[in-house]
Design a protein around this ligand. Structure first.
Ligand SMILES: [Zn+2]
Length: 67
């Protein structure tokens, strides 16, 4: 008497791993922004505005905003 093996478990596993991978990549993008001057990780000041602790420069995500 042979047991039937269903593919149900496979489908669930695959779907979950893909979701996790995608979620991680998205979170990484939101959390960290590199300073365009010294390439170190900058701290978020406000929406779209970042402050680099190392060189003390402010910049907007994409453009520089030096003060
Ligand atoms: Zn910097």
């Amino acid at each position: 008497m042979a047991r039937k093996i269903t593919a149900r478990g496979f489908g669930a596993k695959y779907g979950k791993s893909v979701r996790e991978k995608y979620g991680k990549a998205e979170a990484k993008q939101r959390q960290k922004q590199k300073c365009p001057f010294c390439k170190k990780v900058a701290k978020k000041l406000a929406n779209g505005i970042w402050l680099c602790k190392r060189c003390g420069k402010k910049f907007a995500s994409g453009t520089y905003l030096v003060e």
